[in-house]
Design a protein around this ligand. Structure first.
Ligand SMILES: Nc1ncnc2c1ncn2[C@@H]1O[C@H](COP(=O)(O)OP(=O)(O)OP(=O)(O)O)[C@@H](O)[C@H]1O
Ligand SMILES: [Mg+2]
Length: 268
C-alpha cells in the first residue's frame, strides 16, 4: 500500500442504492482528471464490477516477480481492476465465510501489481454486518463515501454505515445521494424517493454532501452494457455531476487526511 496515496471505500447500509454505479463512475471521473486509479470489487459474494466495465471474460495474468508470483490487474478505460468475478464462475455462489472473504480481499491488495496509484477505490458489499466490519478492518482506508437514496429506509442504513466507519476510525468523506429525482419531459423534478434526505443526513452527521444524482435510464443502460455514463455519455448531466462529486471527494479527502495517512489496519 506504500505506493497508493489514498484508499476509499464506497459503501451504504442498504443494498441496491447504487454503490457499484457510483464507484465505477467516480473512479472513471478521476481517471478523466488524469489520476491513476485502481478499483477493487470488495463485493466477494455478488461482484458487479466485471459486468459494469464489460470485463467479465477477462482473466488476470499471473506474472513472476523476484519474490513470488503476482497478479496483473485487468485494465479498462484507463482503470486497473480486480474482482473475484475474474476468478470464480459467475453462476456459482461463493460460499466463503467472513475470514475467507477478508483473506481474498487482503490478497487483492498484497498480491496484485498496482504500482503507483493516486486512488484505490473499493466497491463494498451492502450492509453493516460482520462481513462489512471484517472487510473494513482488513483494508487500510483513508476514508469512506456513503451512498444513499433520499428515502428514510435507505437513510437509516446509511447512518448505520457512517457510524460503522467512525467506530473503526475511518473518516467519512461524504454522502452521495443517488436516485434523487426524475426529470420529467416538461422539465420538472419528480422526487420519487423523497426530497433532500441525503443532504439532511449529511448536515445531521456533520459530513460533507458530495452531490445528487438523478434517476436516468441511461445511467442504468450504460452500466448494463459495460460503458458507464461518464464514458458512454460524457456530455450528459449525470456525467457532469459525477465529475463534480469526484472533484469534491478529492478536495475533501485532502482536507480530512492531510498527510498520506491511512487508517491503521486492526488485526482480526
Ligand atoms: N441514478 C440511477 N438512475 C438509474 N438507474 C440507476 C441509478 N443508480 C443505479 N441504478 C441502477 O440500479 C441498479 C442497482 O445499482 P447498483 O448495482 O449500483 O447498486 P448497489 O448498491 O451496488 O447494489 P448491491 O447492494 O447489490 O451491491 C443497477 O441496475 C443500476 O444500473
Ligand atoms: Mg454493488
Amino acid at each position: 500500500m506504500d505506493k497508493i496515496k489514498y484508499s476509499i471505500a464506497v459503501a451504504s447500509g442498504k443494498g441496491g442504492v447504487g454503490k457499484s454505479t457510483v464507484t465505477v463512475n467516480l473512479a472513471l471521473s478521476l481517471v478523466k482528471e488524469g489520476r491513476k486509479v485502481g478499483l477493487i470489487d470488495a463485493d466477494i459474494y455478488g461482484p458487479s464490477i466485471p459486468l459494469m466495465l464489460d470485463t467479465k471474460d477477462e482473466k488476470p495474468k499471473v506474472v513472476k516477480t523476484e519474490t513470488k508470483p503476482k497478479i496483473q490487474p485487468v485494465s479498462k478505460y484507463g482503470l486497473k481492476i480486480m474482482s473475484i468475478g475474474f476468478l470464480a464462475d459467475p453462476n456459482e455462489a461463493v460460499i466463503w465465510r467472513g475470514p475467507m472473504a477478508a483473506s481474498a480481499l487482503r490478497q487483492f491488495i498484497t498480491d496484485v501489481i498496482w504500482d503507483e496509484l493516486d486512488y484505490l477505490i473499493f466497491d463494498m458489499p451492502p450492509g453493516t454486518g460482520d462481513i462489512q466490519l471484517t472487510l473494513t478492518q482488513t483494508i487500510p482506508l483513508s476514508g469512506a463515501v456513503i451512498v444513499t437514496t433520499p428515502q428514510e429506509i435507505s437513510l437509516i442504513d446509511a447512518r448505520k454505515g457512517a457510524k460503522m466507519f467512525r467506530k473503526v476510525n475511518v473518516p467519512v468523506i461524504g454522502i452521495v445521494e443517488n436516485m434523487s429525482y426524475y426529470l420529467t419531459p416538461d422539465g420538472t423534478k419528480e422526487h420519487i424517493f423523497g426530497e433532500a434526505g441525503g443532504r439532511k443526513l449529511a448536515d445531521e452527521m456533520n459530513i460533507p454532501f458530495l452531490g445528487e444524482i438523478e434517476i436516468d435510464k441511461t445511467i442504468r443502460e450504460d452500466c448494463d452494457r459495460g460503458k458507464p455514463i461518464v464514458i458512454g455519455h460524457p456530455e450528459s448531466n449525470a456525467a457532469k455531476v459525477f465529475r463534480e462529486i469526484a472533484l469534491r471527494t478529492e478536495e475533501t479527502l485532502k482536507n480530512i487526511v492531510p498527510s498520506e495517512g491511512k487508517n491503521p489496519v486492526i488485526e482480526v
